[in-house]
Ligand binder design. Structure first.
Ligand SMILES: Nc1ncnc2c1ncn2[C@@H]1O[C@H](COP(=O)(O)OP(=O)(O)O)[C@@H](O)[C@H]1O
Ligand SMILES: N[C@@H](CC(=O)OP(=O)(O)O)C(=O)O
Length: 523
């Protein structure tokens, strides 16, 4: 039938129709063909508080190609599952995923391409906004109040956000108050000629506050009901460690109550600022450390007991090493929470170091996906995984670390000395030992199967010897999924490439089958 439901006067605002319509009861009455159509329909989940599917039945009559709707009946099919109405997952999109109006449109399409999900969305600031805000703040410290309005970073941020709002057809007023306050804050920094960590956190919060407002307004414009939330207003309670605050336990019930309560009373996709919190004593805006939106996402996942936490990045998942060091890095299909935490802690920029903790505590799977390539399977992070064939999972490089080399027989049996302030450590140690501060070192962390630690070490040292690299220290991490080697900064990248080639681009199966398994993994 060459007609559409819209042309019949049937409005279909938040519905999509299956193609499998049934036509029945055809009958001619006074030159008009009367008939009935029944078709399954799917409610778009964001605007579907009560059901995910249903049926649309129409009685129609047709004459000379013109169709009239005589009767229309819609039934909703309630899902038997009691949680059918609940929020299902959290989807976090990082800076690169929301860097422009086009990217925001793509992300909206991506969210809507999962009709079975009722997601909470967590967003980072657009593109490199956080860096620009910090640079603007640093420049404001010394540029003088009269020059603040000319700061190129301020102009960039204004253009980016206003331009994106315009392109998406969103009212500029949604962010104009924030842009005005941002300039005032930079004026304040210029007057005071200082930027404290507390001010820094307030300064960078403008990025997430604006990206989420623009995106929520855009979704509402295209008919998808969304509600913007500032994390610091909905119960993200943190320590007062500005620039690197920790989430406090009170956050979980508070966030759950607010998001769940709003969803039940008036369903709308929650769009939450990543990265931000509120200091429990100061009541000021805090941040969770760079890349902290991952932690916001996992915290919401645990708070609401969601089925899955999705972290959408610009790479095909967690990779076997940093693709900036070695472009032939491959996605790692499965990881445990411990492996992912260790990897993040030892410097893999792809995940925030603390972000695995809530996911592990709530036992909620984390999926790392590519927002540029949504078909790629990504990485699934869970409590356990099959390790029978696993040798090395990923190689991580942390540059520019300082090594403290202490030589003293009087150190034997001494412990607790490092608990003192780092500034005093060297001074204290020099009383009982020869102390050398060795700078410009790198830690190469081999995240892998502890049951194969001998094989990993044998192969790693063979590779390093072949490349004439001297390892200056070696240690095995407390969680026992990590072996760390310290080498000179200047040799580190070459080592990572050589190790990657040996472990990931060479067949190790013959070695794995003959490898005795060590009991406790100690080296
Ligand atoms: N092992 C790794 N796996 C994947 N990406 C990595 C790894 N190490 C470093 N990266 C870098 O991390 C980036 C993704 O992290 P990030 O920039 O924080 O994403 P987002 O801003 O989207 O949250 C990638 O573009 C990649 O350059
Ligand atoms: N915008 C913050 C927080 C964050 O998580 O960003 P991203 O997801 O783009 O890494 C930052 O740049 O640190």
């Amino acid at each position: 039938m060459a007609t559409t439901l819209h042309s019949c006067g049937v409005k279909t605002p938040h519905l999509s129709f299956s193609r499998s319509a049934s036509f029945f009861q055809p009958i001619w009455r006074q030159h008009r063909l009367h008939f009935a159509v029944s078709m399954p329909l799917i409610y778009r989940p964001p605007t579907s508080p009560s059901s995910s599917s249903g049926t649309l039945a129409l009685r129609l009559s047709c004459e000379a190609g013109k169709i009239d709707v005589l009767e229309r009946h819609e039934t909703e099919i309630q899902e038997s599952d009691q949680d059918a109405n609940e929020l299902t997952c959290v989807m976090k999109f990082g800076g690169s995923s929301v860097a422009s109006a086009d990217r925001m449109r793509e992300i909206a399409d991506l969210i809507l391409s999962f009709p079975e999900e009722r997601p909470v969305i967590v967003l980072s600031a657009m593109g490199k906004t956080t860096n620009k805000l910090l640079t603007a703040g640093e420049k404001a410290v010394s540029c003088g109040v009269s020059n603040v309005s000319d700061l190129e970073e301020l102009a960039f941020i204004k253009d980016l956000h206003l331009g994106t709002a315009d392109e998406l057809g969103v009212e500029r007023s949604i962010i104009s108050k924030h842009l005005f306050e941002l300039e005032q804050l930079l004026n304040g920094i210029a007057m005071m000629k200082e930027m404290t960590p507390r001010t820094k956190d307030y300064l960078v919060s403008f990025g997430e506050c604006m990206s989420t407002r623009i995106f929520a307004a855009y979704l509402n414009n295209i008919g998808v009901k969304a509600r913007q939330y500032d994390a610091f207003e909905i119960g993200f309670i943190t320590t007062d460690d500005f620039t690197n605050a920790d989430i406090l336990e009170a956050t979980y019930p508070a966030v759950a109550k607010r998001l769940h309560g709003d969803w039940i009373s008036d369903p709308a996709i929650p769009i939450v600022t990543g990265f931000l919190g509120k200091g429990w004593k100061s009541c000021a805006v805090t941040t969770l450390g760079r890349g902290g939106s991952d932690l916001t996402a996992t915290t919401i996942g645990k708070a609401l007991g969601l089925r899955e936490i999705q972290v959408w990045k610009d790479v095909d998942g967690v990779l076997t090493c940093d693709p900036n060091i070695y472009p032939r890095a491959e996605p790692v299909p499965y990881l445990t929470f411990d492996e992912a935490a260790e990897l993040a802690y030892f410097g893999a920029q792809v995940l925030h170091p603390q972000s695995m903790r809530p996911a592990r505590e709530g036992d909620i799977p984390v999926r790392v996906k590519n927002s540029y390539n949504s078909k790629a399977p990504g990485t699934l992070i869970t409590r356990t995984r099959d390790m029978s064939d696993a040798v090395l999972t990923s190689i991580v490089l942390k540059r520019n670390v300082t090594m403290l080399d202490i030589a003293s027989t009087r150190m034997l049996g001494q412990f607790g000395f490092l608990a003192k302030e780092l500034d005093h450590v060297v001074e204290e140690l020099e009383k009982i030992a020869v102390v050398n501060l060795l700078q410009h070192r790198s830690i190469i962390s081999l995240i892998g199967n502890v049951q194969r630690s001998s094989l990993i070490l044998e192969k790693a040292f063979h590779v390093l010897r072949t490349n004439r690299v001297n390892v200056q220290m070696i240690s095995q991490g407390a969680s026992k999924v990590n072996i760390s080697l310290i080498v000179n900064d200047s040799e580190a990248e070459q080592c990572v490439r050589a190790l990657h080639f040996a472990f990931f681009e060479t067949d190790l199966s013959h070695l794995v089958s003959g490898e005795p398994k060590s009991g406790n993994g100690s080296v």
